[in-house]
Design a protein around this ligand. Sequence first.
Ligand code: GEK
Length: 237
Amino acid sequence: MSNRDQLFSEAYEEVSAFAFDEQVASVFPDMIKRSVPGYDTILKGIAMYAMRFVRPNTRVYDLGSSLGAVSLTVDQAIGNQKVNIHAIDNSDAMVCHFKQLLEKQITQNSIHTQLEDLRQATIQQASMVVSNFTLQFLPPGSRRAVCERIYQGLNDQGIFILSEKVKSSQQMIDFYHGYKKINGYSDIEIAQKRQALEDTLKPDTLSNWELRLTEVGFHSIEVWFRAFNFVSLVAFK
Ligand code: GEK
């Protein structure tokens, strides 16, 4: 059982910028499940795409792996295919927690944890690259170059799954806050988390993402999941 996320339950005079530190890592499974609408469904969708598109003896990249939910899901879904799964995250706390989890797991393929900024990571021989709610944390100016590197690192017929919080109408944002309330977050928690993320998470519009993916070369891009201002896209090389 993971610890309950209560990081913003106390009223602060000043809210510090959100960081993926030890405190966040220790409540992360609860935080992401209660904050990202459809998180479990998205993981199931990723499993389905992995079963269909991951090829034996290739690589899979999990960019911004946190505690490795995507890596573990893909590993389970594909069975032993001699695939190298690269779980990349630049948070020391996240990588440490994921390594501890891996010590207690039997995996069927190799999962390599990498403490690295994904902007510097080498991506090659990949049949699948997944960024499940990570590129939203990069400075907007660096997002296109990352998409280009992902495209270049994919094998022909490889796929990129990109999940993002997207810029949307105030009404959609209000609905999303209602969803967080239903999941047990108070108004103060919702308001303070929003403030903490203000400079850290800069959402792009869905059409900007679609344009960027088309411009770097992906030939078919589709939204396969959406709930409020949270989307997941699949892009084919
Ligand atoms: C999941 N995918 O459970 N380089 C590498 N990692 C980064 C970078 C960067 N430049 N910037 C942020 N991160 C996961 C959830 S969480 C999403 C992903 C969220 C990492 C950061 O340390 C964190 O672990 C992850 O991206 C984003 O399916 O918390 O909303």
